[in-house]
Write a protein that binds this ligand. Structure first.
Ligand SMILES: C[S@@+](CC[C@H](N)C(=O)[O-])C[C@H]1O[C@@H](n2cnc3c(N)ncnc32)[C@H](O)[C@@H]1O
Length: 374
């Protein structure tokens, strides 16, 4: 499998982030300086399920690889992964994961994966080249829950050679050749975790909207497996475009789009509203020093502000090319639409995305918090 396209990983302009909790979000700037503690060696007993590290690279997708027979870290059924991994499911011309089939709305084909990597590029612009805001140590044991193509996990492993990064996903879409301190596993993060308690110094969650049936239960697992003093970061955006002026009112197609995505998520049993609930839910899970940083992604290049214009153009491309993958399964499943009417709906959205007289944007949040020390 080819490596995902490597997009820009640094960006010099200041970030378009809007601290909503200045007491925390500004106070942690210095924490981005990593320490010089000795390297952490490996992921300990955790890294056994499906490893795509150097040792496994030659035969990463072989169904005879003994790695497939190892015990799972999180769930209880990785013994059966051999057939699940590559027997992908095909629906309406798109390829979907087969392990825990039907539980995730997005395809895992090359087209969808390229758009995930485009979103990673947008997050780097948004965070001024940073991969995270939580003030972690350079030797951290890191978990990327729902890692996707693994692009964030790989960048983190490159940035912190003394850390160890574990990426977990339903799909084996990660590249075979990765930094030695990066491990990928195929598992379902909504199953009870079997990692050791208090294990991870940093848990990263990005774009698991519409993926988690019970966020309180999921965050309770995160909390139980965060080391005392360790951090969690949840990065999510809204699916409901809004505007500060009247150009995106209740009658605008963007509003219908937003209502439809949210209602499909509710019918699917997995909310898309986590972006605005994350701070409260982290506090409820027991995290402290919880900070929320807000950002905005314009729907196209309507903004006069250069960085927002750039973000808007990327977002327009991401959505224009990505909405079939984002929504086809949801629209034709819980949304109850035929394939044909779903395609009409998607075409209406593409049309709306081209109109720069509408000043729509998607709000988003980066929320991070610390597990108290004992
Ligand atoms: C929108 S993508 C985001 C990928 C990555 N976090 C990023 O920001 O680049 C969501 C990913 O979560 C994975 N996912 C969804 N539900 C999951 C679950 N229950 N367990 C593990 N991974 C899951 C999907 O397979 C997909 O790769």
């Amino acid at each position: 499998m080819p490596s995902p396209p490597k997009l820009q990983t640094s960006y010099d302009a200041p970030p378009p982030v809007v601290p909503s909790d200045s007491a925390h979000s500004t106070g942690h700037d210095s924490a981005l300086d990593v320490s010089s503690e000795p390297p952490h060696v490996g992921a300990g007993p955790a890294a056994t399920a499906l490893e795509l590290d150097d040792a496994a690279a030659d035969d990463a997708y072989s169904t005879t690889d003994s790695g497939y027979d190892a015990d799972s870290l999180i769930g209880d059924d990785t013994q059966s992964l051999t057939s699940y991994i590559t027997n992908y499911v095909y629906e309406n011309g798109r390829q979907y994961h087969s392990y825990r089939a039907g539980s995730y709305w997005g395809p895992n084909d090359d087209h969808a994966n390229e758009l995930q990597d485009l979103a990673h590029h947008m997050y780097l612009i948004t965070l001024n080249g940073r991969l995270h805001l939580a003030p972690i140590e350079s030797t951290a044991k890191i978990l990327d829950a729902g890692t996707g193509t693994g692009i964030w996990a790989i960048d983190m492993a490159d940035k912190y050679p003394a850390a160890h990064v574990t990426g977990v996903d339903l799909s084996a879409i990660q590249p075979a050749f990765v930094p030695p301190n990066c491990t990928f596993e195929i598992d379902d993060v909504t199953l009870p975790w079997t990692y050791p308690a208090d294990h991870f110094d940093f848990i990263h969650v990005r774009e698991l909207f519409g993926c988690i049936p019970d966020w309180d239960a999921f965050l309770a697992e995160c909390f139980a497996h965060t080391a005392p003093g360790g951090w969690i970061e949840v990065v999510e955006h809204s699916v409901e475009p809004v505007s500060r002026d009247e150009t995106v009112g209740p009658g605008h197609f963007f509003a219908e789009w937003g209502r439809t995505v949210v209602s499909c998520g509710e019918a699917f049993g997995k909310t898309f509203l986590i972006w605005r609930e994350a701070k409260e839910r982290l506090l409820k899970a027991g995290y402290v020093d919880v900070a929320e940083v807000r950002y905005e992604w314009p729907m196209n290049g309507w903004s006069k502000e250069p960085r927002m214009k750039e973000l808007g153009k990327w977002n327009q491309l991401r959505l224009h090319d990505g909405i079939e993958g984002f929504m086809l399964r949801l629209l034709t499943g819980p949304g109850g639409k035929s394939y044909e009417s779903a395609q009409v709906f998607l075409a209406q959205m593409r049309h709306a995305l081209r109109d720069t007289s509408s000043h729509g944007y998607l709000p988003g949040t980066v929320v991070y918090g610390r597990k108290p020390t004992l």
